[in-house]
Design a protein around this ligand. Structure first.
Ligand code: GLY
Length: 372
């Protein structure tokens, strides 16, 4: 089968789908290949937090800039999705609170607060009682908190649903249950992919299959993206009439993302367990114990789901949003803890890169070549 004008995208999670959708919007044709069901891997097992400020790392200034750029693009991205599908992805701007439940945690939180203040991120220090005034479900044991007005959230499952609809509406092809085994080359030229045992010709291919990116065969070692799976266990409770949480709450060991439909997502473990995808008693116990300490009212809430996802983490934990030495081959993976947040910037930037042939300054620090 020859499809020289069509771009192949390997991976039907939020990253692959959104790149496909943005290419369709720019008049390109796309075929998206997903090994399972679209959006049902890491994208599904997410809390949908958009947290550039709460998750800012001491040595990660380039990543912070990328994260901030992406959250700024979210309203436009959500509007475009609504325009194409009519689906609202619940982009919520109630903000985020980081909390400390004991003295040690409070000292640590102070350091996180001072770092953010120093680099001029919008943060506000709160006492325990000020924090409880803003979120009455918080435990009376809360010692202190940091208010982060500009860290938001979306409903990741609505986002997935909207992206699948958008790809279909714009006549993209989505092949589910279709694993891509290898990238095919001839000499130094990309010739296509092999999917479900069948060779297909493409001159442009995007690798966007998260933690599985490294297992695609046929790539020279220096082009294989150095990503590994990082297991996250997460659970979903159902909020009742007498329990209301509106903001995202983050304690050092658990976070809470309340959704408009009444779900309360609580996460997450961070475990180096390869491709293991079963939940463990210990993992769920740890999350629930820390969560209950911060918000005791969760005790009586119905437990609806326990899920496990595999975050794709690169060697330096920053994403790879990049062209490669193999002309026509692009990589978008390694989004680690920021997959949902980085969806807009990755989609816009990879689509522009394919069309303009040149990476923007914003994504240059996230080139594959940094691992040479
Ligand atoms: N960003 C939240 C997580 O990876 O668990």
């Amino acid at each position: 089968m020859t499809k020289h004008n069509t771009i192949a995208i390997i991976g039907g999670g939020v990253i692959g789908l959104s790149i496909g959708w943005q290419l369709l919007r720019r008049g390109k044709k796309v075929d998206i290949f997903e090994r399972g069901e679209a959006g049902k891997s890491a994208s599904w097992v997410s809390a949908g937090m958009l947290a550039p400020v709460s998750e800012a790392g001491f040595e990660e200034m380039d990543l912070l800039q990328l994260n901030l750029a992406s959250i700024e693009q979210f309203p436009r991205f959500a509007d475009e999705l609504k325009e194409d599908t009519g689906i609202d992805i619940d982009f919520r701007t109630e903000g985020t609170m980081m909390i400390a439940v004991d003295r040690d945690q409070s000292e640590h939180l102070r350091r996180l607060y001072e770092f953010r203040e120093k680099i001029e991120l919008p943060v506000e220090w709160l006492t325990g009682s000020e924090a409880r005034e803003r979120e009455p479900e918080l435990s009376p044991a809360i010692k202190s908190a940091v208010w982060i007005p500009n860290d938001y959230q979306v409903d990741n499952r609505k986002l997935i649903h909207a992206l699948i609809e958008a790809v279909k509406k714009l006549n993209g092809s989505l092949y589910e249950q279709t694993p891509v085994e290898s990238i095919e080359t001839s000499g130094k030229k990309l010739t296509g992919i092999s999917a479900n045992g069948e060779h297909r010709h493409y001159s442009e291919v995007v690798i966007a299959n998260g933690a599985w990116a490294r297992s695609i065969k046929g790539l020279p070692e220096d082009i294989r993206p150095p990503v590994r799976p990082v297991k996250g266990q997460i659970l979903t409770l159902r909020m009742t009439d007498d329990f209301t949480l509106r903001k995202v709450i983050r304690s050092p060991e658990a976070y809470f993302a309340p959704k408009k439909d009444g779900r309360l997502i609580i996460g997450a473990t961070v475990e180096e367990k390869g491709f293991e995808t079963y939940p463990t008693a210990g993992g769920i116990k740890d999350i629930l114990e820390s969560a209950w300490e911060a918000v005791p009212g969760i005790y009586d809430l119905p437990l609806e789901e326990i899920n496990v996802g595999l975050r794709p983490a690169s060697r330096d934990n920053a994403p790879i949003i990049s062209d490669t030495p193999l002309a026509g081959l692009y990589i978008a993976t390694g989004h680690y803890r920021h997959g949902i947040l980085l969806t807009p910037v990755t989609a816009y930037e990879i689509a522009d890169l394919i069309i303009n042939g040149k990476p923007s300054e914003l994504i240059q620090p996230f080139s594959l070549l940094r691992f040479k």
